[in-house]
Unconditional design. Sequence first.
Lengths: 501, 338
Amino acid sequence: MTPLLQIEAVGKSFFGVPVLRNVSLNVAEGRIIGLVGENGAGKSTLMNLLGGTLQPDAGSLRFRGVPYAPKNPGDARSAGIGFVHQELNLFPNLSIAENLFLTDFPLRGPLIQRSALQTAAVRVLKRVGLNLDPATAVERLSTGECQLVEIARALSLEAQLIILDEPTTSLSLQECDRLFALMRQLKAEGRCLLFISHTLGDVLRLCDDVVVLRDGEVVGQGPASGFNPARLISLMVGRELTRLFPKRCSAEPLDRTEAAPLLEARSLSHPGVARDLSFTLHRGEVLGLSGLMGAGRTELARILFGLEPHQTGRIHLKGQPLTGSPRRRIQRRLAFLTESRRDDGLCLEASVADNMALVTLPDHTRNPLRLLDVPRLGAALSAIREAVRIQPRVDNDQPVKTLSGGNQQKVVLAKWLLAEPEVLLLDEPTRGIDVGAKSEIYQLVRDLADRGAGILVISSDLEELTGLCDRILVMSRGQLTGNFPGPDFDRERILSAALPT
Amino acid sequence: MGSEPAEAMTASSTNHEPRTTNAATRLLRSDSLVLLLSAILFAVLAPFTDGLASADNLANLLGNMAPLLVVAIGQTLVLIAGGIDLSVTSTIALTSVVGALSMSADQGWLGGSPIAMPAAVLIMLALGAVVGAANGLAVTRLQMPAFIVTLTSMMFLSGLAVWLTASKPVFGLPATFTVLGSRLLFALPIAAALAGFAHLMLTRSLFGRWLRAVGFNPRTARVSGVPVDAVVLAAYIASGLFAAAASVLYTARLETGSPVLGQRILLDVIGATVIGGTSLFGGRGRVVGTVFGVLFLSLLDNALNLLGLSHFSLMMVKGGVILLAAFLDTARNRWLAA
């Protein structure tokens, strides 16, 4: 019997960087297949190829025995492949029924047949065990109920293959159980399910087969009974270290926990974001913060920088309470390189010089009109440009959006380094930039720490954290679940601490 | 999950580092484009249009430009901050009648007093600032869309101006005030001084840099320590002040406080600003550009008038020109900027 889905030697690159290499998979009917791998291993790309949002550079797909080359999500839908996305793709302002049949409303002429819509919706909701009025607006549903509506939508399209991309990240235990029961029932109906999850226990319990991706390649594949969590983790992370990272300050193996505390967080809590977070960042320390996406790492950094509120707990900088707007925290020598250059790291349309100067502009003004001391500002900018090694061919007047990712990130760093920060919060500092720029940024971070600054590095790249940091904290679901002193890190233990239990 | 595709997209739009700009792109971006267009317009129409090139007409043209320029500068600041101020024309009308009701020899409570003129001017400016502050607070504190805030304040203030005067113009303004309206002697230097000041602030001051950063990306500005709300508020207050200053010039020229003053210039104000290259998307804009935009629009107005076009065909032409400028702004932002 031919497998339902055959993936044959599929490859995909973005701008010369391969994200999928020679991936081959066979997916049989009536089975649940678990797909695991670190952030960036290529799972999303693979799913996007199946869903038609991306096209492969090499290899081919066959679905139900015939060649399958979807050009857009509509092709995937009509072929019988349904998606349940991690971020819920529902319209909160529309009703359940409208969401379910958004792409194919039952029509009479140009008009929607309300009664047929209602009946069809009730029928589909029944199958996922949701006892709700289809006219209810989706914004009034819980996350778990939304997830079930998404699945119902996939069912309403009579999907034969249903892909669930981390469907459990925001579900309660009961909701998870309900989802898993439904998945088993769908399997019994002969459908095939592809289940992507970081919760390895769920994967092993629920799935018939497991596929492990690492760096765009399949590194492990077989019946779930042949794996255990430890084996999965070592397959996921087993990568060789390269000399990408600067040497740690090795003159004296300084016990950093005895160095002066710089930034102290005590029992920070905020509903739905952080639970009782306490940690200390010391002078000269590069402290890593690991965890899965959605664990609350970015939120923690934003709380520390005054961009988000926290309900209880205190933050101290050099023994003094740290409060107020980002502006006041910058004045106390805090800096924050945000996760997304595009969203809140840069003014993309503005020039390189304007972006670099933005934080420290007030330091270069003369009273009373606060006119800028342009020569002094210019001198500061050229000095910092050199320090972060922005390529000389980049013009100061060039809009920053015309720069490569690496140079853009150096502009953000330059902006903050000009303010001579004592505490630097770095959220995914090397995302989307090339290896050369990466190692230059690592060197800058290490230099800054050697001069006495404390640096908190949030990263989804465990290799980056183990290579760069003196100590690594791990967060999971808004809580600190691990504290690992370096320099020798046990990556498997870090990853286990990051996975939800 | 990794977000490789999204990151790769980012890389795609940012990959071409050495910028290649062709002549057409450079011209579209340049400030002097509009000055060039004004010169062409003048050169083409002058031979066919009786009196366009006469000294009288040119002096008249420049004098007419002055108050329009002053309002448009305020609008430039608000547009750079990423907002819009539709209430400027009603601010002009309201400050006109309040100023006139203060200093009029017939009706004013300060009528005949020697301080009537300076006090009235101060009152007008203060009122403009209050209107701007109200708009600005609604936009920043209440986070309401600038469009609806300033549209409704336009209605309200316009109604208030008419109600205050029972729809009648206010006469009897002191000569010390009306002399400000003598076009070239006072109006033009005042407008030029305000433009110069605004240009200095926009290009060389902390406020100007902050204003552009807020317009380009308020979230980045906030993370970078810019007091975003205060900057936006200041832009609206400035817009109110500039509208009030324009009202002084208009009112002095008319020698009348009029509750319908400036009612028809709203599109001219926004149009001239956009023709001058200020972006409706925020962040981009220069006072020099606005000067040229006002020059272009005033010249067009003047020439088509002299050619004997009806008011309605003039509106059609101006509407078309402003639409074209808005299209160019979109083009600059969407297609040429990368």
